[in-house]
Design a protein around this ligand. Sequence first.
Ligand code: ADP
Ligand code: MG
Length: 462
Amino acid sequence: MGDEKIFSKEELWQAALGEIELNISKANFLTWLKNTSIDSIKEGVVVISVPNHFSKEWLENKYHKFIFQALKKLISEINKIDYIINANAENKNTAAPEKEKTKKINETALLKEQLSLAEIEINPETNLNQRYMFDTFIVGSSNELAHAAALSVAKNPGQTYNPLFIYGGVGLGKTHLLQAIGNEAQKKEKLRVKYVTSEKFTEEVVTAIQNHTMNQLKNNYRKTDILIVDDIQFLVGREKTQEEFFHLFNTLYEKNKQIILSSDRPPKSIATLEDRLRSRFSGGMIADIGYPDFETRLAILKTKVAAHNFKINENILIYIANAITQNIREIEGCLTRLIAFTRLTKKEPTEEEAIRILNEVIKTPKKIFNIKQIIKTVANFYDIEEKDLIAKNRQKEIVKPRQVAMYLLREDLKSSFPYIGKKFGNRDHTTVIYACEKINDLIKTNETIKQEIGIIRERLNN
Ligand code: ADP
Ligand code: MG
């Protein structure tokens, strides 16, 4: 290949990296491309040397397209890229014999061990699980409002926010917070706490009707100081249950007893909820929990590893935090698998083993998007020109979309403030900080902007 003479391998890779850097976030760039180099170029095949299995996995699955395009731009004859792990690079914990040994650990053994790790200790009186405490709840921007409200309610039940309504997607910590309130409130004085899922509540009401023990059930519930009903969306469409719940709610509320509820969506979006219940719920404090950002995900992983007294290579934790973005339960699932593996083999997993064990859980790496896609999608969504979005003008109708785009670059790509400023008409980084804060605040108070951002993210992911 003639072009080879023009570039040395080093120069070629430096030039390619410059191009790739434009397409992926700074954090990802540093994580996955550091200590990489071109090992060889022969007959259109470039072999890229990477330091460890994680880089290989990520480069192959997520960044291959960018790498290929960048190199092809520089040398058009390139038609294939291979990745090899450089045995001399810093990570040497992936020695070959280990591979044979771990193959013998099968899926069933892993699952059994995982189950044994999930010890359940639930108090039958209160239905509270000691596992869910405030100390083990990691606070980040996605849950700080809900956390603050929960803490305040736990300290002064019945006196601050009543009812407290927490909503958010699956696996984001609603049950954890609800239970933590109950556990915390019980620490000080012997308050009567009752935690119940709405399915359980429904079941109890149905049984009580059948057995003519409704009065007993009512009396029992009326004695509580703090009533916690989880996943209230499952109460919908059950008239008798809603009726009973409404009366119970009113009785407790009038006695200044604390009521705490959770749902996967805000009260106004629970279509078949009786109006009178909906307006009751809306009368208190409503706080949502969103998707945790990268830092929060990593912090959760680190805390759980420490809590289990385990040691797991940080690269593995970063790998998980990058791969699972929308469900903390799944993040924990990854960790339990690794811990189960460690217990079975009596040793820490190597990076290669970790990838293999987690393959079941982390099926395909989530799609990534880059700065160009964000700009394009935001411009599209608000029906404006891309060039206007990034230009340095102050046209009123462009301001909000531009702030949204900056916010997404910051939140989802972890781009630095100065970098974002540079991309948007060389603005000062303080302008970017202001924009991100503005949107961050708006999201908490303005349902429209929250939904808009949700839709933009959905489009980016599809
Ligand atoms: P939800 O009820 O919203 O579906 P859960 O409260 O059951 O979610 O949370 C799922 C798992 O993730 C639980 O094991 C919980 O302890 C954990 N978890 C959720 N949020 C956090 C957090 N902020 N810090 C630590 N652990 C969390
Ligand atoms: Mg739950």
